[in-house]
Write a protein that binds this ligand. Structure first.
Ligand code: NAI
Ligand code: MG
Length: 421
């Protein structure tokens, strides 16, 4: 069934990408890629469905001891608005492969594609009631899922504060919880980096999707030796980014998803200016008549951002890049690790010893070397520190939907001798 769903998603790519773009404003070139990635989830976990094997465990004495993976039970899954279809696929596919049943609550701003996905699952032969798509609001539908005693596991993606509420709600029933929360990834350009590649990666890392990705790279550390050359290249290429009609295939960056998100970005740009950072690109909505009234915002870059400021510390979830100074690797590690988040990090250097040493020292669930925001279904994803609990994707993501049972079989004919003498 999961493999059929993957085929169905791919056969409706134009329609699904169109709906997703209407719902959340992301450029169609991006939502098309995301629809494809959503099919990948069903294909990948469909492949796992008959391969999740337990172990025979070596133990002392004459016992046959083995483990089996069992489905964890009924799952409540709650997702945000930034990537509705891939988020739904990322939650549903592993839970189905593990044998669970589930209630998925899409974000109230973007419920459309999750509902269609529910239909496709039924068309592919899934029995009714196994997957339930429940559109609704957070404090009502979401909170009910988080606290209901009939729910065995809650899988949540969204803001840190909401994740904390869900964790609190889990206490009474000791519901298992996995959380995928925010991020503030550092992106580090060393003095020996391939600068053109680093510029392209940096821009993709922060401006694709108008920066509305948890693994975006809003904190850019550029080594002082190459700073001026790098910033020059960065600004030149930033000018070439096409912000516009999300349905136009030529558009690089569409709109922000909600008015609330636009207002948040505007607020942080004000904070940046009050905090003394230097605005060197963007900082306003595009002045184009066709985009008037939309939630568009220009790619924005602040220079001379200080590590302790709000701009450098808090998740904006928008097209705002902060440049921080960097001279030596020791201070860099302290500053790069100096937020509450730990979802992702990027390093640009040709020196692999340096790259791997930094990769070891950065507290992040994913580290990219000479690339940025690469994710695939087979590689696990999740956060250190306040970026989350648990992992999604890959085998780790599947195991989060399982209980592991250990079975002991006594092969002796003597039984337990404790009371014999
Ligand atoms: P949000 O936390 O406001 O909402 C997420 C979901 O939780 C929505 O479905 C909402 O209805 C629901 N919700 C709200 N209050 C609830 C409550 N009391 N109980 C249960 N459910 C509740 O997040 P938002 O604004 O939708 O998404 C943006 C956030 O998501 C960003 O902070 C971003 O970092 C994070 N995010 C994390 C990702 C990751 O994989 N780590 C990926 C994408 C986004
Ligand atoms: Mg929110």
């Amino acid at each position: 069934i999961l493999l059929h769903v993957a085929d169905r998603i791919r056969s409706r790519i134009d329609e699904l990408a169109h709906l997703e773009t209407l719902d959340n404003g992301k450029a169609i070139r991006e939502t098309r890629a995301q629809v494809n990635a959503s099919a990948d989830y069903f294909e990948y976990y469909g492949g796992w469905a008959d391969k999740l094997e337990g172990h025979v465990v070596p133990v002392r004495g004459r016992f046959h001891t083995y483990t089996v993976y069992e489905p964890i039970g009924v799952c409540g899954q709650i997702i945000p608005w930034n990537s509705p279809l891939p988020q739904a696929a990322q939650k549903l596919a592993p839970a189905l492969a593990a044998g669970c049943t589930m209630i998925l609550k899409p974000a109230e701003q973007t419920p459309t594609t999750a509902l269609i996905l529910g239909e496709m699952l039924l068309e592919a032969g899934l029995p009714r009631g196994v997957v339930n798509i429940l559109p609704g609001f957070g404090p009502t539908a979401g909170a009910a899922l988080a606290s209901h005693p009939g729910i065995d596991k809650v899988a949540f993606t969204g803001e840190v504060g909401t994740g904390q509420e869900i964790l609190r709600a889990s206490v009474d029933n000791l519901t298992k919880v996995t959380l995928e929360l925010g991020g503030k990834a550092p992106n580090i350009v060393c003095d020996d980096a391939d600068l053109d590649a680093a510029v392209r990666g940096t821009l993709f890392g922060i401006f694709a999707g108008a920066g509305q990705y948890c693994d975006a790279g809003p904190r850019l550390f550029v080594h002082s030796k190459i700073r001026d050359v790098f910033v020059d290249k960065l600004l030149k290429m930033t000018q070439k980014i096409r912000v516009g009609d999300p349905l136009d295939p030529a558009t690089h960056v569409g709109s922000l998803t909600t008015q609330e998100q636009l207002e948040k970005v505007v607020r942080y740009v004000e904070h940046g200016q009050q905090e003394g950072a230097e605005l060197i690109a963007g900082g306003e909505q595009p002045d184009v008549p066709q985009l008037a009234g939309g939630y568009f915002y220009l790619p924005t870059i602040f220079d001379r951002v200080k590590p302790g400021t709000r701009l450098a510390q808090e998740e904006i979830f928008g097209p705002v890049l902060s440049l921080l100074d960097y001279d030596d690797d020791e201070q860099l590690v302290t500053d790069a690790n100096g937020t509450v988040y730990g979802l992702a990090a990027g390093i640009w250097t040709e020196d692999m010893r340096r790259a791997l040493t930094l990769a070891e020292r950065l507290k992040a669930g994913t580290v990219w070397i000479n690339t940025f925001r690469q994710t695939q279904i087979s590689a696990s994803f999740g956060g250190y520190k306040m970026s989350g609990i648990g992992r999604e994707k890959g085998l780790s993501g599947l195991e989060e939907y399982c209980e592991e049972k250990t079975v002991w079989v006594d092969l002796n004919d003597r039984g337990i001798g404790y009371f014999d003498d």
